[in-house]
Design a protein around this ligand. Structure first.
Ligand SMILES: *[C@@H]1O[C@H](CO)[C@@H](O)[C@H](O)[C@H]1NC(C)=O
Length: 340
């Protein structure tokens, strides 16, 4: 019996409290007006706000600002709240006046108490070392000891250009947190050598506020590894040369780390050349055949065949023949001359 009576008393108290809250009308016609309309304060800094109550008809002078810290001064229908150093993470300031004995007209002041991050760090997620092309990584911006976390966004930069921003509503804590924000990243060849960093920026959601300065991370150079690929589309895989000319086979490929080159000769033996360009200064018919270059780094291997045909130098033979004939004729002429 006494148990149910207890419940009755409790529910009565609760409904009285409900009444108290609902009688604080936030939608009344002549609401108190705060200036600024949103207070953004750095933790530990001085703060102040002014409230103008009852522009038209006030009932007596029962108005005030509900405040847990600081002091309120009254100047006619203006109330001035201030604190020398704000060290509350969760501050409620509500300006009110009474329109009737049981009706209260209220305006709460949205307050954001912030603390810039102690440090901002950029990383490729948990990954260390070179990145492999076409694999999924994360660009991560870690904000250390920041409040409120959800009011900050990470802006990602590469080569001095902003290219993405992230924020999260997942952590509603008003007190400082250390958390990270991430963007997906699939590196490509052209990302190699690019400089990445991030900045923690406060997201202002009202006009006329002075944003806290951005905090920038260190810069990180992306090292992207990829398998070799040919730099040019060589159309001269079939090469025909005349004897005595210079043969140059070019197998230059891109790749990171830089690939190594090996050449297989028509005989099947491996050349001592480890250059990307294979050269024979003066080609002869014995050099004819198929040359293969093998390009490799740790991530892949490319092979390319060059078919080389050598044409005999008939013009050279003809000139040599004519010269020999002239010499022969001269010799014969000289011989006949002396015999006669
Ligand atoms: C070989 O090819 C590369 C890529 O096209 C080029 O940059 C280089 O100059 C060439 N080398 C020679 C010796 O022709």
């Amino acid at each position: 019996m006494s148990f149910s009576a207890g419940i009755l008393v409790l529910s009565l108290v609760t409904s009285l409290l409900d009444l108290g809250v609902s009688s604080c009308d936030k939608n009344c016609a002549d609401k108190p007006v705060f200036s600024p309309s949103h207070l953004i304060v750095k933790y530990g800094d001085p703060a102040s706000a002014t409230c103008s109550v009852c522009q038209q008809d006030c009932l007596g002078n029962s108005f005030n600002i509900e405040h847990a810290v600081g002091d309120v001064e009254q100047n006619e229908t203006k109330l001035h709240w201030k604190v020398d150093s704000l060290t509350e993470w969760d501050l409620n300031l509500t300006c009110f006046y009474n329109t009737a004995p049981d009706h209260r007209c209220c305006t709460p002041l949205p307050v954001t108490v912030y603390k810039p991050p102690d440090k901002v760090t950029f990383s490729f997620g948990d990954h260390t070392g070179p990145l492999l092309i076409d694999n999924l990584y994360h660009l991560r911006c870690t904000l250390e000891n920041v409040a409120p976390f959800e009011k900050f966004e990470a802006v990602f930069y590469k080569n001095n250009r902003a290219f993405g921003q992230v924020y999260s509503y997942l952590f509603k804590d008003k007190t400082p947190l250390t958390k990270y924000l991430e963007l997906d990243f699939v590196p490509q060849e052209y990302n190699h050598g690019e400089e990445y960093w991030c900045e923690a920026e406060f997201r202002l959601d009202s006009e006329g506020q002075q944003p806290p300065p951005v905090v920038r991370s260190q810069r990180v150079t992306a090292i992207v590894h990829y398998k070799p690929k040919f730099e040019a589309d060589y159309d001269s895989r079939w090469i025909t040369l005349t004897e005595g000319y210079k043969l140059q086979l070019n197998c230059t490929s891109s790749g990171n780390p830089s690939p190594s080159y090996n050449w297989t000769l028509p005989s099947g033996s491996v050349s001592s050349t480890t250059s990307s360009v294979f050269t024979i200064e003066s080609i002869a018919t014995k050099h004819q055949g198929t040359y293969t270059c093998i390009v490799s780094n740790g991530y892949g291997t490319l092979t390319e065949e060059f078919r080389v045909d050598v044409i005999r130098n008939y013009v050279g033979y003809l000139i040599a023949g004519v010269l020999a004939l002239v010499v022969l004729l001269v010799l014969v002429g000289v011989f006949i001359y002396y015999r006669c």
